[in-house]
Design a protein around this ligand. Structure first.
Ligand SMILES: Cc1cc2nc3c(=O)[nH]c(=O)nc-3n(C[C@H](O)[C@H](O)[C@H](O)COP(=O)(O)OP(=O)(O)OC[C@H]3O[C@@H](n4cnc5c(N)ncnc54)[C@H](O)[C@@H]3O)c2cc1C
Length: 342
């Protein structure tokens, strides 16, 4: 009989975020498919009552919590004690958490303390032949592995965007607080320094992936390159549409060759065989030829459109749902105008 602990930390506003709710969805499904299993909730945060109320209807038998000012932000020394206490108090055999940066940092240490094993970057967990099994991708998402373990507790961190978030009516539930005695803490979290939302171009949760290809920096019909205007059009669109920015390898490699470049573009933006494989519902490729090493990175993007001057570009070979044979500069200028007017 498995005891499944859904283990989450609250967001700054005291609620549970999308990644946590997706993990709860997976925990619920797993619990429903493992006969005799129980679902327990474990929460960590400055205060956890709001988060517990948010998921009051999830069907958990217990709501455990470690709360207080010392648990408001990520800190290894305090988080690990909270997780250890929740793991022990729940007698969990399976601990499921979201693969947030906070949990990714501390959970392997917690597995060690609980005498368990951990699998990170899991994309799913489900019952197979009456046993829990974790799904994980290998070799840049070219192979999918399914793993089972006999060791308990088994800690699994689930990636975001791989399953439906749990949803239900909020309610009121009673929370069992656990008291933790913290050692002298050497780390004080004084705040978070993060780039402004507009400066951050990689947004995994965005609905749209906007890919810029090398064509943006190539000579145009007037015989000139227009990298400055390209930058303005692309950044203007990202800010208005809250899209995530992807790139081709050719474009990010240009910076090393001293050519006209888009300054905000780095290798982290690269999509494809030697780049990332994001999971946005929609994608728009601009000034990108759509060659296979690039488009393999689009395998999880469901609705694909491309803008290219060349009607015979690779997107036209069945790789896009819609190909606009047009000048990306002209199209994006107009799109930005329409978005600004909205
Ligand atoms: C082993 C290996 C791994 C690779 N891995 C990757 C990878 O991970 N990711 C990746 O992206 N590539 C990868 N590549 C490179 C890939 O094969 C292509 O070379 C690259 O994707 C081409 O980039 P591009 O489409 O931006 O540039 P180009 O091929 O130069 O295409 C530019 C396009 O812009 C269009 N264009 C120009 N001006 C305009 C305009 N005004 N309006 C509309 N369209 C315009 C042109 O018609 C052209 O189609 C890899 C290659 C190899 C060999």
């Amino acid at each position: 009989m498995e005891t499944i602990l859904f283990l989450a930390h609250t967001e700054a506003d005291g609620t549970l975020g999308k990644a946590a709710l997706e993990t709860l969805g997976a925990a619920k499904t797993l619990s429903a498919s493992l006969a005799g299993s129980t679902l327990v909730v474990g929460l960590v945060g400055a205060q956890t009552q709001s988060a517990a109320n948010q998921i009051a209807a999830c069907g958990a038998t217990r709501f455990l919590s470690v709360a207080g000012a010392d648990f408001s932000q990520a800190r290894y020394a305090s988080d690990i004690l909270a997780i250890e206490a929740l793991g022990k108090a729940s007698a969990a055999t399976i601990i499921l958490g979201p693969a947030s940066s906070r949990w990714n940092r501390v959970m392997a240490g917690a597995a060690q303390r609980l005498g368990g094993r951990i699998d990170t970057h899991a994309t799913g967990i489900a019952a197979a032949e009456g046993k829990p099994a974790v799904t994980r991708w290998y070799y840049r998402q070219r192979m999918e592995g399914v793993l089972t373990r006999t060791q308990r507790p088994w800690i699994v961190l689930l990636e975001t965007g791989c399953g439906a978030a749990w949803s239900g009516e909020p309610g009121t539930t009673s929370v069992e607080p656990l008291a933790i005695t913290l050692p002298a803490l050497h780390t004080t979290v004084t705040g978070i320094q993060a780039p402004a939302a507009d400066a951050q171009t990689i947004r995994p949760d965005a609905n749209l992936l906007f890919v810029a290809g090398a064509g943006w920096t190539k000579k145009q019909a007037d015989g000139q390159a227009h990298a400055d205007e390209a930058e303005k059009l692309i950044l203007g669109f990202l800010v208005k549409a809250k899209a995530s920015l992807g790139s081709t390898k050719s474009l990010v490699d240009l910076s090393g060759e001293g050519q006209a470049v888009l300054k905000f573009m780095t290798h982290l933006n690269q999509i494809g065989q030697t780049g990332a494989t994001p999971r946005h519902p929609k994608g728009l490729a601009t000034c990108c030829h759509g060659e296979e090493p690039h488009t393999v990175g689009w395998r999880f993007v469901n609705e694909r459109r491309a803008i290219n001057l060349n009607a015979a570009c690779s997107w036209a070979q069945g790789k896009a749902d819609v190909l606009y044979v047009a000048d990306s500069f002209a199209v994006m200028r107009k799109v930005n105008e329409l978005l600004a007017a909205k």
